[in-house]
Design a protein around this ligand. Structure first.
Ligand code: ARG
Length: 279
């Protein structure tokens, strides 16, 4: 009798590596303009609730052994809380963001100043790129989104500056306008994503690269379930994305649910509030 091991899906033992994150305090968070499908300027933001949710996200990171740096928000920059958009940091090098929408260009300076204080090499690129909103580093390759915000011409630039391999992915659904709303890096070799957020050819690319990917449902993706962070084992994920949490568990991860529903009003979630500092 042969052992059934070969055929049974034994989840890989997932190992956590604590991270260093940058978060921006949502003191001035609001929805006062509309630059994505989620934003409605007439909606009321409960800023106290937003602050509590943001604090609970920060607490979850600290509890898991991560380090969290905090940058203060600035008046008139209601989206500055979405630190993921501020840049991309790999191996001590920073490629700062250049925002598409004029409503957010005011964030470029305060973030660039912060980066210059903490990192030796800060590049301001030529083309529009919205940082880790569209650039997701897996540990070996940079997945780069385009279609709504980041200019596809920026992909080759960032590859050169950071000295990494880039795989371009095209987003096609207005609800999932940044790559980090449609795909989460779980570990060096695994991602979770929503196939229909990508063009046919990008879906093909993802299937080839990640045959064992976790596939999210539309409902979970709409709760920004894919806007998650992972330390390789612990996945900090939208509390409402329940099916996704079950899938993560089955794939050997430890889901850590956090509710950041107030930020959904601006089209953001957990990952949007988090920039990884890889030094
Ligand atoms: N209101 C912001 C915008 O539309 C949300 C940014 C979300 N950030 C992200 N990394 N997906 O630009």
């Amino acid at each position: 009798m042969s052992l059934a091991l070969e055929n049974e899906a034994v989840p890989v033992e997932r190992v956590a590596r604590p991270r260093r994150y940058l978060m921006c305090r949502p003191t001035y968070f609001d929805v006062s303009y509309e630059i994505n499908a989620w934003m409605h300027a007439d909606v009321n933001v409960d800023r106290e609730l937003a602050m509590r949710q943001w604090e609970s996200l920060r607490a979850a990171y600290l509890e898991l052994g991560n380090t969290v740096e905090v940058i203060e928000g600035a008046p008139g920059l209601p989206d500055m809380v979405f630190a993921a958009n501020a840049g991309t940091v790999i191996g001590n090098k920073v490629v700062a963001a250049r925002f598409l929408r004029p409503e957010r260009t005011g964030e470029e300076q305060p973030y660039a100043d912060w980066f210059r204080k903490h990192f030796a090499e800060v590049q301001i690129p030529e083309y529009i790129n919205e940082g880790e909103g569209d650039y997701l580093w897996t540990g070996s390759v940079l997945l780069a989104g385009s279609g709504f915000r980041t200019d596809p011409r920026a992909h080759a630039d960032v590859a050169k500056v950071l000295g990494v391999r880039v795989v371009s992915l095209e987003l096609v659904s207005p609800s999932f306008y940044h790559l980090d709303t449609a795909l989460a890096v779980l570990a060096d070799d695994q991602v979770a994503y929503l196939p229909e957020a990508f063009s046919e050819s990008s879906q093909q690319t993802l299937r080839e690269m990640y045959p064992d990917a976790v596939i999210a449902s539309l409902a979970d993706a709409q709760w920004f379930g894919l806007n998650a962070t992972s330390d390789g084992r612990n996945v900090v994920v939208a509390a409402q994305a329940e099916q996704l949490q079950r899938e993560l568990l089955a794939a050997g991860y430890h889901p850590v649910p956090v509710d950041v529903s107030e930020f959904r009003k601006a089209g953001g979630g957990i990952k949007c509030c988090t920039l990884e500092l890889r030094d």
